[in-house]
Design a binder for this molecule. Structure first.
Ligand code: AMP
Length: 200
């Protein structure tokens, strides 16, 4: 065990594909190993495919705990991971996301596609509106997230996103540092509407 700050449960959103470079799988394994060394439980989408399967397998191999949340419809398509600690089956994609968020002390997105972005931005939106506060991190691998980070900075520059809200998303290429940052993050309350903030 390291003496890093505590993070009991981490939700990981990531590709159901492995990506075009072995660097993505390597990053998923490094994150998984860091989680087991901290005793951090993994909550994720419950699949055995792509980076999702790699993170889950790594945490299981390190004697860690893995909770998957999967809608029935995906079980029928045979992507469920049956070798994890607990597989929770739910009725809808929405219910699945809500269950993952509820269980998570913090959230990390590894490289992924549309599903990963959907989950990341839904949690980010809920933070922005104060529905919940979950420390959010992007684990960057070979600059994968650079265009997305640029887009968020552009939203701030062009007056569509509060700088403090933007700062709720930590971006780091080093999983150890990223988990430390998430574990020490404190809730922030930000007025969502920039036009109203200057009136307050
Ligand atoms: P994507 O980034 O489009 O590959 O989607 C990955 C994200 O969406 C994961 O974090 C999952 O929660 C969810 N997801 C997408 N496809 C699957 C699948 N085949 N099995 C389980 N979860 C999936």
């Amino acid at each position: 065990m390291t003496d890093s700050p505590t993070l009991r449960t981490l939700a990981v959103f990531c590709g159901s594909n492995s990506g075009a470079s072995p660097a993505y799988g390597d990053a998923a394994r490094t994150l998984g190993r860091e989680m087991t060394s901290r005793g951090t439980t993994l909550v994720y989408g419950g699949g055995d495919v792509g980076l999702m399967g790699i993170v889950a397998d790594t945490v299981m191999a390190g004697q860690g705990k893995v909770i998957g949340v999967l809608p029935e419809v995906l079980v029928k398509r045979e992507v469920a991971h049956h070798g994890i600690t607990d597989l929770i089956l739910v009725d809808t994609m929405h219910e699945r996301k809500q269950r993952m968020y509820e269980m998570a002390d913090a959230i990390v997105a590894l490289p992924g596609g549309i599903g990963t972005l959907d989950e990341l931005f839904e949690t980010f939106t809920w933070n922005q509106l104060g529905v919940h506060f979950k420390p959010l991190g992007l684990l960057d691998v070979d600059g994968y997230w650079d265009p997305l980070v640029d887009m968020l900075d552009r939203m701030v520059d062009r007056g569509f996103l509060h700088a403090e809200t933007r700062a709720m998303l930590a971006v780091d290429a080093d999983p150890v540092r990223l988990l430390d940052r998430l574990a020490s993050a404190r809730p922030v309350s930000v007025e969502k509407w920039l036009d109203r903030a200057h009136l307050a």
